[in-house]
Design a protein around this ligand. Sequence first.
Ligand SMILES: [Mg+2]
Length: 423
Amino acid sequence: MDEGGAVLVVELASVVDDGFGGGALSPELAAPFAELRRRGWLVVAEGGADIAEGLAEFDAVIPKGAAAEVEFELRRAPRGRTVRVAEAAYLSGSPASVAAARRAGFGGVFGLARRRGAARLRAAGADAVVADPRGVDAAWRRGGSASVGRRQRSVTTVPSALAASGALAERLAGKQKAVFLDYDGTLTPIVADPEAAALSPAMRHAVAELADQVFVAIVTGRDRRDIEERVGLPQLYYAGNHGFDIAGPHGNLEHPGGVAAIPALDAAERELRAALAAIPGAVVERKRYSLSLHYRLVPDSELGAFFARAREVTRAGLRQGEGKKVIELCPDVDWDKGRAMAWLLEEMDLDSADVVPVFVGDDLTDENAFAALGGDGVAVLAGDPGDRFTYADVRVMGEAEVMELLGVLAGEMRSDEGAERVR
Ligand SMILES: [Mg+2]
């Protein structure tokens, strides 16, 4: 930074009560910007030229999109200062603008969610989500321009969640938590036969104890009914089929894109059962939101016919994926565990700036959720995947450490409730 304090670019439309066209900055929001300026920030309005009132709160006004340049001049700023994007912070209430600022390389990107919307802002790449613009000051000082969102790094460089538990507890102190847990390889050891992946009584107890304290959801690729039976705790939320199908104590939530694809899945299932009936060993497995074609037991001499017939089936609205000796057909919707988590946070009214989401998972599909946590969630990698890249903040190794982590997450909440309960 050169002279003066840090620079904050604010997408004005997203903080003005009634949007574009003659709107004014509400006094409720003008005051925090005045306070930031008193603390030494240079506050720049982006795209506010058509908003008549409230501009006095800003040091400069630049056109919408101008802040995405590598550097921009603050024409109305004191001393005509030039600002480099990498040294500036950006604040917006719009996920699209947060994503654009992330791509533009801002030193810090912050989401503004006065009540709701934190989950989407985090998923768009916000370093932190604040309920009040003044929160940018503390978040910037904490991370500064070194905090540049969630980036992948080598698994071998990720610290242990338990060794760093003091730091973890500090990060979570006074915050409401929402905990998301993968099942296979996270709550259970990896086994060759997925049917045999059972939850130990001790792990079930640890998950139940945690659910007494905080919101807990299991997020898995398994069918929802299957996972509900395996875990057997009715007080939890269950997101099956990578989150297409969610159920909890207060009822069911189904992704509209998944529901819309059910007729296509039904039709493909009928056609495939008929087309593959004559092929020995071919197994068509229907889950509510996907269709698996297993060919492990198909003799080599029949594989050509199997693939040819599988290809002929109409699959409009479906997307094909490959697994181990299995073809999977899923709804062709842009959807993954990260989107499922963000959606669940919204549905559960947990997408406010003061709820810290925590996701624990072991596999590549969990990385989507890690990335969607934003800079102020906590991504925990379970198990030992060898040396690959990850978005995880911290890691735990094996069942015993996962249980200990669940205890930290639950116990931390207990100490929040009051010192009188702590001897
Ligand atoms: Mg897993």
